[in-house]
Write a protein that binds this ligand. Sequence first.
Ligand code: SAH
Length: 395
Amino acid sequence: MNETTLIVKKEFINKYKNGYPLIFKEAIENIKDLKKEGQIVKIIDKKNTFLGRGYYGNQNKGCGWVLSSSKKSSIDYKLFYDKLRNALYKRKRFYYSKDTTAFRVVNGEGDGIGGLTVDYFDGYYLITWYSKGIYAFKDIIIKAIKSLVPFDGIYEKKRFDENGMVIDQDSYVCGRKAPEPLIVKENGVNFAIYLNDGAMVGVFLDQKEVRKSIRDKYSKNKTVLNTFSYTGAFSMFAAKGGAITTSLDLAKRSLDKTIENFNINNIDYKKHNIIVEDLFVYFKQIKKNNIKFDMVILDPPSFATSKDNSFSAARDYKDLVKSTIEITEDEGMIIASTNCSTFNMIKFKKFIDKAFEESNKKYQIIEEHQLPKDFAVTDKFPEGNYLKVLFIRIY
Ligand code: SAH
């Protein structure tokens, strides 16, 4: 087998012995031997002890993934086939649901294939390649998927760019072309999906449990402000639960997309508010007018820049919560969510605690969510469980 041997620095040997899947520059002695993405690598320690086998592929996180800890393994069709089969098998019960027709079937390192995710949208598969390295295995991975499951069509996103942006406009791979929009269901609520429309196709599937809980337990007769609302997914669930919603997003597209989602759910969008505005501007306005909401949902991107403001979750989440407390009713609720992978749940809770302390308010965390079951995670890579959501009751 044509493979490059990488030598792990002493201080990182135990990490890899314990199954850490990510290969990163600082851990490797001879990083200069990495030449071409997709190249197969064997990692060893200085005494030539085998530590794993994987591939070279540059992502913002690192420069490759270990795919096998078995000395005899090879990185070939059978390896991908077996891993994909296991991943699909684990999601078997999801395919039977009539209420939910969109879910994740392969979640990167959580399913043993770092750098690759596959989502299912009612008959269509969407593959996301996170590096040129994993894309080098495109033919055998797609061949394996084709032989494992029936499908209407396959689409792909190539997120090779350093910022995780897609590099290609056309996402179609094979099979039938998906309708635009393709309507999928999540716990009975419809979402309009555009598989051929940039990196974001219309919904983030990792929030399904959070959305369900908002609808089922907390929305009845409430006023809900959904910030960073994108296509209004949270608003749909809150509205179905009996709330009057206000969806707020800076991007112009959010207006049409949110109306579309209301329409396909038979909800009269005119009874709800959809605002295209910078959150920081909007917060100032409603504070001035003394408007308060029963529930405010915060789901900002990890980083965002607008005309006059920049937001970084790690730096600014505390202040965002402080401003939110001011526009939330007493005994109201804040749903604080982040997908920022540079801090964990413990630290996230500290931001919340500090925000309430500085606001002289008391609170209680009544629900806590991380990634749902279809977004498989491995305890070998805890940072892979990036989603953190807290339901906070103010009192
Ligand atoms: N909460 C959404 C996903 C959020 S994606 C969901 O559940 O589907 C992040 C969104 O934040 C994008 O739509 C982006 O346009 C919006 N955004 C970024 N900066 C913003 C700002 N300063 N004010 C309002 N919206 C912003």
